[in-house]
Design a protein around this ligand. Sequence first.
Ligand SMILES: *[C@@H]1O[C@H](CO)[C@@H](O)[C@H](O)[C@H]1NC(C)=O
Length: 227
Amino acid sequence: MALVSYVPKYLTHKFPATSRNLLFVTDSDLRAGEFQADSRTVSTMKRVVVWMFSLTLVIPVSSQVFHWGPCPTPMVQPNFELNRYLGKWYEIEKLPATYEKGTCIETNYSLRPDKTIRVVIKGKVRTAEGTAIIQNQREPAKLGVSFSYFTPYSPHWVLSTDYDSMSLLYSCTEVLRLFHVDYAWILSRSRSLPPETIYHAKEVFSRDNIDVSRMVPTDQHGCEGGA
Ligand SMILES: *[C@@H]1O[C@H](CO)[C@@H](O)[C@H](O)[C@H]1NC(C)=O
């Protein structure tokens, strides 16, 4: 709970209590000395808080998975081949992300004439179209994805894929190296995967220190035809 006390007064007036709940940090997360109230720390903390509030404006509260410390640095798919990756993928499990709530979620990656990657995420509830780019040709598996002109590209890393059955995606955003917020997806070319494949996928994430304990399955039942 310690962070809450660093919320500047003017912010607590402006934001509802539900937003403030985001700042919950358990005592076990707090190690001695990390929150000494010298002025430099306090001003850093204020920036963190402001940053976190701006995140809460974008991403509703309950879905967030905050972790202490900087992002993990997982290995990504070596020699990633975008062309083999294009097309349709079904979401099998994920670490919660709200812009794709609902059931029957599928993503279609295709190339636009300008060589940017069109990303259409479609579910029963809604469809979102975004753009993916390869930010550094030397690391083509590290895609960036944005769903509007106004948001920066967020990481969309392909940790592992065989292109024709499964893909493991990861996205992590750091807040001043103090926190990170992350998302993970297990995607498949079909609407289901054998349990042992999912188990193995989670092992891959875990090996890179990604916490998969809160992953949830996406309902892919009754999706075909007249929805
Ligand atoms: C994916 O999108 C592309 C471009 O709009 C389209 O041509 C293609 O048919 C779509 N693929 C699937 C499997 O829906």
